[in-house]
Design a protein around this ligand. Structure first.
Ligand code: SF4
Length: 343
């Protein structure tokens, strides 16, 4: 790490990056009218989502719920349905819970510390809202910021360690230009997204390249440094779409596992390598998909899908209900189930 070579002040970085941002910053829809509600919505939606996909969802949410009061008053199923396809459904549930809290408060909280208390809001989102909407001097630290700072100062402390996170958080705060946190935060994120990209960064177009520690050696792709990847847990799901008299059996997924509160057809989870027999009532079921791989942040699912038509409703474990086929589109289903059964 060469951070000891970094200058004591960062003023020489401010003018070039802020000028670049004024000319090249992304034209994102919430930036034209950065109310706390619109910015919060964008930050929650974009946490694990590409910007092009996230922007479409953001527009759908703002159209359906123009204010936090509209969102707070909506039934949870409507919120989940609109969120469908984005994954990480706990974000949608927290968004809805936080909307109810804000609605009861009567106004959006105005400081970093107050915003941080909302469900689903971490330091990144609180810093983004408080700096963009309330001119607080708070630094956002997301993947883009880690990447730009680690390259700019050739920092090889792993970003997935406590010392690394502390170091980057402090540096991001110290580098803020006085009174310009909003523009600076957006400029850093845009530079990371558009120029200082994970692969093949466009260093020749970068306004900071005269000051960048890794630029002369062309070593940008070696940064940021990570200690190691978390091993993903593998699971095997067998889904049976069982229809009886124009109805299908669905259940709401329980708390404490992935996709909490989303709906799914009959599920058998296989353990280890053993093969799992279908229940007797599913004799004659058709295998429509085998071994479909579905990757989540900490799990890899392999799923088989069967369709069964039965004359009598079988006895199913607790929690399943029979839903008329024409009403299935009112139920929020995990993306995997949609892919398996084309629903
Ligand atoms: Fe990133 Fe290259 Fe700019 Fe350095 S010069 S900050 S590596 S884009």
């Amino acid at each position: 790490m060469k951070q000891e070579n970094a200058p004591a002040t960062y003023a020489h970085l401010h003018a070039p990056l802020l000028a670049w941002f004024a000319a090249n910053g992304r034209d994102l829809p919430w930036r034209s009218e950065p109310t706390p509600y619109r910015v919060w919505l964008s930050e929650v939606i974009l946490q694990q989502t590409r910007i092009s996909q996230g922007t479409d969802y953001w527009r759908r949410f703002v159209d359906a719920f123009p204010t936090v009061h509209h969102l707070a008053s909506a039934p949870e199923q409507q919120v989940m349905r609109l969120w469908q396809g984005l994954g990480y459904y706990s974000r949608a549930r927290n968004l809805h819970r936080a909307a109810k809290i804000i609605d009861e408060m009567g106004d959006f909280p105005r400081t970093y510390a107050q915003i941080l208390r909302l469900p689903g809001v971490g330091p990144y989102t609180a810093a983004a809202i408080s700096s963009l909407c309330f001119a607080e001097q708070q630094a956002v630290v997301d993947g883009n910021v880690y990447r730009v700072l680690s390259r700019l100062f050739a920092i090889d402390t792993p970003i997935d360690t406590t010392p690394g996170q502390r170091l980057f958080r402090d540096l991001a705060r110290d580098i803020l230009p006085p009174g310009r946190a909003a523009d600076w935060n957006q400029a850093m994120m845009d530079l990371g997204a558009m120029v200082c990209t994970p692969r093949s960064p466009r260093c020749a177009d970068c306004p900071l390249h005269p000051h960048c520690a890794v630029f002369p050696d062309g070593m940008a792709e070696n940064y940021p440094v990570k200690r190691g990847k978390v091993k993903q847990r593998e699971r095997r799901f067998i889904y049976i779409w069982v229809e009886c008299g124009g109805h299908v059996a669905l259940r709401q997924r329980p708390a404490g596992d992935i996709w909490q509160a989303l709906w799914e057809p009959v599920l058998i989870e296989a353990t280890g390598q053993q093969t799992t027999a279908l229940p007797d009532w599913a004799d004659g079921a058709l295998l429509v998909r085998a071994g479909m791989k579905h990757v989540l942040s900490h799990q890899i699912l392999y799923a088989d899908a069967y369709r069964a038509r039965v004359q009598q409703r079988p006895t199913l474990p607790d929690g399943y209900r029979w839903v008329a086929l024409e009403q299935v589109d009112r139920y929020a289903l995990p993306r995997l189930v949609q892919r398996l059964f084309d629903v």
